[in-house]
Design a protein around this ligand. Sequence first.
Ligand SMILES: *Cc1c(COP(=O)(O)O)cnc(C)c1O
Length: 233
Amino acid sequence: MQELEGNLQAVRQRIRAAEGAAARPEGSVRLLAVSKTYPADTLRAAYGFGQREFGENYLQEAMEKQDGLADLDIVWHFIGPIQSNKTRPLAERFDWVHGVDRLKIAQRLNDQRPEGMAPLNVCIQVNIGGEASKSGVAPADLAGLAHAVALLPRLRLRGLMAIPAPSGDPMRQREACRRLRELLEGLAMAELDTLSMGMSDDLEAAVAEGATIVRIGTAIFGRRSRPEPSLRP
Ligand SMILES: *Cc1c(COP(=O)(O)O)cnc(C)c1O
């Protein structure tokens, strides 16, 4: 647990340093703690150290943690691949869904978002080329999808998300992140305020290119022992 607190502090420090290096205001980047494969107790501990936003990839696992942590004021993000027959729990139980990549999914989320809740925050996942995951809309189809999603009243389209192929080369990391930023700028939709990009290994590149949400797992919680089907090419 002491290690967890130190890791969280170190990641916050990395974010602050990257904001400073890019001459961006402190606090302009939100830290999403990616807690897939880690048990509810670990999330509770991170919450105790001030972390409020958590990202999960697997629906069943996420729902169990949500039930166990219902007493905490957590902002829940779903960042995994979305199956169209499993949208209802996403619409009913999450604050954000990052991986929207087709209109059918967006329409189902819109139809299933309960009346009493605020509109569901969504990001469109873009396959910026050589993505680590096969999901994501092709850049050529992005504008059409974005304008259609923006019309859905129970959704609030916030911006774009990507999972670039891993690279140890900071220039290539920057290039991939820059591509996503340029796609967002190209949409020219003033209401979009979110670039969800940057993981443990490319946080600095992502912040330099304008990330507003970084999704950090390993650097906070340590290496995962369970394999990740969703990220296998
Ligand atoms: C697992 C995962 C992350 C976190 O990756 P780390 O390298 O562990 O920081 C971020 N985004 C998505 C979509 C993921 O599946």
